[in-house]
Design a protein around this ligand. Structure first.
Ligand SMILES: *Cc1c(COP(=O)(O)O)cnc(C)c1O
Length: 239
């Protein structure tokens, strides 16, 4: 076993234990929560090791970084999630490798994703990114739509060719009433998910929680946690 493989294996085991403990504490089954490893800034060789170690879901946030990596890893049985702010001029590339886009936050993006999904003859999973710190009718600094904008975007995704509405995603806010209150933020996301599922029962993915707050996300009911640093190490640059 190489040093890197041993390191990733040990880190994965620790994260797995944290998720298992959080599930037990919340009275949830371990298989109700899916680990997505955020591999941004790390090389394709790490993605390959993670796949060999049993990881099935990976996430990226910048197309420039993700596209070549996904191409190098095309032979692996992985589901690729795109979780970053997405410009429409990158959509064609992202749709060529992403199975899900978790950062859907505006009508123009939905139109672009649909056009490219249809062109590629694929069905693309979409999560509406929610910015819990955005003003009503607005969007977050790091992407995402304010809670009052979810319904419109959800209906658009659900009614648009090539796209499948899978659920909601959020990043715990750094500002506003939820700053430093991750559990409250994720509970709010769960309430929004419950409301969404009245009209869209299949849109049951709730993507919340990162390395620092995955326990709170599991406690609130998240179905997917997105963990980078705790598996791969501290990123050399902001990504
Ligand atoms: C980077 C990133 C993560 C993972 O963050 P860590 O703190 O490294 O676990 C999760 N979600 C999104 C949207 C990210 O950009």
């Amino acid at each position: 076993m190489t040093d890197r493989r041993a390191e990733l294996s040990a880190n994965l085991a620790k994260v797995e234990e944290r998720i298992a403990k959080a599930c037990a504490a919340a009275g949830r089954e371990r298989d109700e929560v899916t680990l997505i490893v955020v591999t941004k800034t790390y090389p394709a060789s790490d993605v390959r090791i993670l796949s060999e170690l049993g990881v099935r879901d990976v996430a990226e946030n910048r197309d420039q970084d993700a596209a070549p990596k996904a191409a190098e890893c095309a032979d692996l049985p992985l589901t690729w999630h795109f979780v970053g702010q997405l410009q429409t001029n990158k959509v064609r590339s992202v749709v060529s490798y992403a199975d899900l886009v978790q950062s859907v936050d505006r009508p123009k993006l939905i139109t672009a994703l649909s056009a490219q999904a249809v062109r590629a003859e694929r069905e693309l999973g979409c999560l509406i990114q929610v910015a819990l710190d955005a003003a009503e009718g607005g969007r977050g600094d790091r992407g995402g739509v304010a809670p009052d904008g979810i319904e419109e975007l959800a209906a658009l995704v659900a009614g648009t060719e090539g796209l499948r509405l899978d659920g909601l995603m959020t990043v715990a806010p750094l500002t506003g009433p939820y700053a430093g209150r991750q559990l409250a933020a994720f509970e709010r996301l769960m309430d929004l998910s419950t409301a969404l599922r009245v009209a869209h029962p299949a849109a049951n993915m709730v993507s919340a929680g990162m390395s620092a707050d995955l326990e709170q996300a599991v406690a609130a009911g998240a179905t997917h946690v997105r963990v980078g640093t705790a598996v791969l190490g501290v990123r050399p640059r902001l990504g």
